[in-house]
Design a protein around this ligand. Structure first.
Ligand SMILES: O=C(O)CCC(=O)C(=O)O
Ligand SMILES: [Fe+2]
Length: 257
């Protein structure tokens, strides 16, 4: 994790023309430079880190050295393994057998926040839920700022904790579990004028099949909360409505879209 963090920090020092080679595969999946709306934020992305060829292509785009490539590939493999392990345990916990997440892409994003003294108190990332099923976050080990919302609406700071990963549930977790699990609202606030770097891996939704709960999670007591839908349609709806904090799911449930 420490080695990966170091590699990621050096990627942000690349010249802009190289960074821009990291193009979008899904909307907002590739490089984002500082913008007028978000001048302190920069990010790289990769659509599917569970695909070895995609990881290689990402490294090639960024002229990665052999050491950088090896570190990124090792990290991607380890996070994929961990993701599958957590999913297996969650499925077992819900009494499920034979569920597979094989065709579910895992989006990878590295975030850099260039927090300035003037930015202290302002927002680094607006309040949102993650759109996919499950997120594994390697947060900044020195600079805090992540806050998670409790059910009461109160925000709780997630203080830096070196050598740990944070796992949270996204909107698809709610749909897949047929309402048994909740996606968590969170945000990043600038607390101090320092550089902050985080690495997020998002298990999204099934690539070619609709998002729906396993049949065992639907019965007379637990009617299906939503009609099945394609994950990419959901992402587009979230982007086009600009409702990023789980409201899109509520909207779909109310209108039975
Ligand atoms: O940088 C962080 O700590 C969290 C970023 C985040 O919530 C996200 O990328 O979805
Ligand atoms: Fe997030």
């Amino acid at each position: 994790m420490a080695e990966m963090k170091q590699v990621v920090r050096t990627l942000f020092d690349l010249p802009t023309e190289i960074k821009k080679r990291n193009k979008d595969v899904l909307p907002v999946s590739g490089y984002r430079g500082p913008s007028e709306k978000n001048p302190l934020y920069e990010a790289f992305g990769l659509y599917d880190m569970s695909c070895v060829e995609d990881v290689d292509e990402f490294c090639t785009q960024l002229d990665a050295s052999p050491h950088q490539r090896e570190t990124i590939k090792k990290y991607a493999a380890a996070i994929n393994g961990l993701m599958m392990d957590i999913l297996r345990k969650m499925s077992e916990g819900l009494g499920l057998r034979n569920v597979s997440f094989e065709d579910w892409p895992c989006q990878f994003r590295i975030n850099k926040y260039h927090f300035t003294p003037e930015a202290v108190g302002s927002s680094g990332v607006q309040i949102h839920t993650d759109s996919g099923f499950l997120t594994i976050l390697q947060d900044d080990e020195r600079v805090g700022g992540l806050e998670v919302m409790k059910k009461s609406g109160e925000f709780v700071a997630v203080d830096p904790w070196p050598n740990t990963l944070l796992v949270n549930l996204g909107d698809i977790g709610t749909v897949w579990s047929n309402g048994r699990l909740y996606s968590v609202k969170h945000r990043v606030i600038c607390k101090e004028a320092k550089l902050r770097v985080s690495i997020a891996s998002f298990l999204l939704g099934p690539r070619d099949t609709p998002v729906e709960p396993p049949p065992e999670l639907v019965d007379a007591e637990h009617p299906r909360i939503l009609v099945p839908f394609a994950f990419n349609d959901y992402r587009e709806l979230r982007l086009s409505t600009n409702l990023q904090a789980g409201e899109t799911l509520d909207l779909m449930m109310r209108t039975n879209l």
